[in-house]
Design a protein around this ligand. Sequence first.
Ligand code: GLN
Length: 248
Amino acid sequence: MKKMLVTLLSVVLCVSFLTACGDSGAGDVLTVGTNAEFPPFEYLGDDGQPDGFDVALIKAIGEKLGREVVIENLEFDSLVASIGTKIDVAIAAMTVTPERQEMVDFSDSYYEAVQYVIIPADSTIATAADLEGKTIGVQLGTTGDFIASEIPGVTVSSFKKAVDAVNDLINGRVDCVIVDRNPALVFAENFPGQVVSLEGVQFGFEPEYYAIAMPKGDTEMAEQINGALQELIEDGTFDELVATYIEQ
Ligand code: GLN
């Protein structure tokens, strides 16, 4: 009798272990890192919870995969290193770059972006040549930071949050801010008459592509996320989210 109980117990234990280790991930929580300081892609809503295009997109992906999405609000420059430990994936208007690709894999790209230059309304900055000798505000560890750091003869002032760079522009401590197009438009709207945002092409900035950052080598995760993304594009949900959050 005792032996039978022990056998039964081991069978039960084995089955629950195998269920817990099922590799499709369905039913598991998907922990997603973001930096909720980058409207319209991610920001804190009136209820204090992360909201925005990326947040809505990853929740829709989670729904397709049958996984509950839990958002962790982290600093942008800590996201890549947190993948596979603190978080499963990251969605944060993150540009695919060769440096990041050494540490993580990226999903298919879901958005094209470019850096913009925000200047005070009375500034004479108009082209790349005008940046010489200027102090440029950027968000730490972003592509805007990398691009600014390569411009000869400038001083780069970096901030944890892009909005703090914009505040320093208002206070006259930096001459311009280099930041992604859609956030630049939102930040400029917050200071009507005081600042202007200039298109990056005038400065020779190249297009960038946003994607979801995932653990390196996790092909199953990549297939699932890319599959869900494709379905959302085909069923019209993706365009609805663009209309709701970006093109207002
Ligand atoms: N697209 C930029 C980058 O990937 C900025 C992203 C962000 O600040 N959230 O570096």
